[in-house]
Design a protein around this ligand. Structure first.
Ligand SMILES: Nc1ncnc2c1ncn2[C@@H]1O[C@H](COP(=O)(O)OP(=O)(O)OP(=O)(O)O)[C@@H](O)[C@H]1O
Ligand SMILES: [Mg+2]
Length: 407
């Protein structure tokens, strides 16, 4: 599954105009725009979908979910009250995917007044419905029942039409359709594929302070804060470690010549950077910028092919002369490893170092001067894109606000 676009209606700061509230995604998509223009709100929408795909009640996805005394799902900023745009009582999130040759669309319309519940949900493949709770012609446009359930039209096992099934309106149908045993297998298959892709998306939030400890040897998961950097590096093949060393030696002022590992009798491990001249620096005293870059690099090197990595401001903490490396890293690894990256940035320098294709795929955010809604556009489709390319001073145009005025 490859995510092609994310369209938002009345989600947080977004209005409803489809052409101006759809984020088109490429292999590498950078989101740029002034503070409070809606970049993180767009990422929050994906996080909302991930919570829905984990089958949590939609209210818990917004509010945060506790099981026992443990937080199993952190709240989404703004919770229930500020999920829908001020003045609106529902929001809609539409994702479009490609799956092999098929074009899959998922629509989730959620009401936030009273109990958080589905207004409607629909999954289609190549324009043909797989399930639909709001189809007039199929008799499911009746809204929720008094008992809080919702009726969905589905194809029967043989492909004909079933009488509508009733499902709970408090969770996404992506995880519910499978319980009906008379449903067409394709419906369950596609619902599972969307659900799996959303579940496996990684929202990276690298924290150097969490990367400095001995960590148990594990199965190769970096962790969303990068906390398992040492065991994950320790489990890489020597050629891959050398690759990491090559990137680092360009990043850091003292050249890095190798990475070694200190292993304890308790099967815990810590990485040690070997600098030119043989000086050894453990993760404990590695610099913040080094650890952040290392975390992002290793996340991209180890993400399963086809998966989606979401990160906020990967350029934070990097020296301006090293931003070029980050541009190379993002472009090279997304291509080489078939990983999709969606990231916000405030760095005009990062944009200036992108290839023409990657620059065209940047999505610019701003606010509609008339109604204040967040609006966005792929900059390759802006009428002024040629000016941007020709100016050869992308940095200047971005840092003077030219880009948002061009929206
Ligand atoms: N329910 C809502 N209704 C209207 N506007 C909202 C709502 N929730 C959030 N916003 C707006 O969205 C803004 C936050 O946007 P967001 O966090 O996406 O900004 P950003 O582009 O990521 O900015 P930064 O670069 O500073 O991180 C808030 O300041 C507010 O104006
Ligand atoms: Mg933000």
């Amino acid at each position: 599954m490859i995510l092609r676009s994310l369209a938002l209606r009345d989600w947080k700061s977004f209005g409803g105009e489809p052409a101006r509230s759809t984020i088109k995604l490429a292999q590498l998509t950078l989101l740029v725009g002034p503070n409070a223009s809606g970049k993180s709100n767009a990422l929050d929408a994906l996080r909302f979908l991930q919570g829905a795909a984990l089958d949590f009640p939609l209210g818990d996805v917004l509010r945060g979910r506790y099981e026992g005394q443990r937080e199993v799902w952190p709240a989404i900023r703004g919770g229930v009250v500020e999920a829908a745009r001020a003045g609106a009582s529902s929001f809609e999130i539409i994702t479009r995917w490609t799956r092999d040759e098929a074009f899959v669309e998922h629509v989730l319309d959620v009401s936030t007044t009273g109990d958080v519940a589905l207004n409607a949900e629909r999954l289609t493949s190549d324009g043909r419905y797989l399930f639909d709770t709001a189809a007039a012609s199929l008799g499911t446009n009746v809204g929720r029942t008094a008992g809080g359930s919702i009726r969905a039209a589905l194809h029967s096992r043989r492909g004909g039409r079933n009488a509508p099934f009733e499902y709970s309106a408090s969770r996404s149908l992506l995880g519910q359709v499978e319980v009906a045993d008379r449903v067409q297998p394709l419906t369950v298959e596609v619902a599972h594929a969307v659900r799996r892709a959303l579940r496996e998306a990684v929202f990276l939030d690298i924290r150097p302070s969490m990367m400095r400890d001995y960590r148990p040897e594990n199965g190769g998961h970096l962790g969303t804060s990068g906390e398992n950097i040492s065991p994950v590096l320790g489990a890489l093949a020597p050629a891959q470690v050398q690759n990491v060393v090559d990137w680092l030696s360009e990043l850091c002022a003292p050249t890095i010549e190798g990475i070694e590992f200190d292993r304890t009798g308790l099967r815990e491990v810590m990485m040690i950077l070997v600098e030119g001249g043989g000086r050894r620096t453990s993760a404990r005293s590695a610099s913040d910028g080094t650890l952040r870059f290392l975390g992002e690099l290793v996340a991209m090197m180890t993400a399963p092919p086809g998966s989606l990595l979401v990160l906020e401001e990967p350029d934070v903490g990097l020296h301006p002369s090293r931003i070029r490396l980050l541009a190379e890293l993002l472009q090279d690894l997304t291509r080489a490893r078939d990983v999709q990256v969606l990231a916000t940035t405030h760095s005009p320098t990062l944009l200036a170092h992108l290839s023409e294709t990657s620059l065209a795929n940047v999505v610019a955010f701003g606010r509609d001067p008339e109604n204040g809604a967040s609006i966005c556009a792929r900059i390759g489709e802006l009428p002024h894109f040629d000016t941007l390319l020709k100016s050869r001073d992308v940095e200047h145009l971005v840092s003077t606000g030219w880009l948002e005025r061009a929206l």
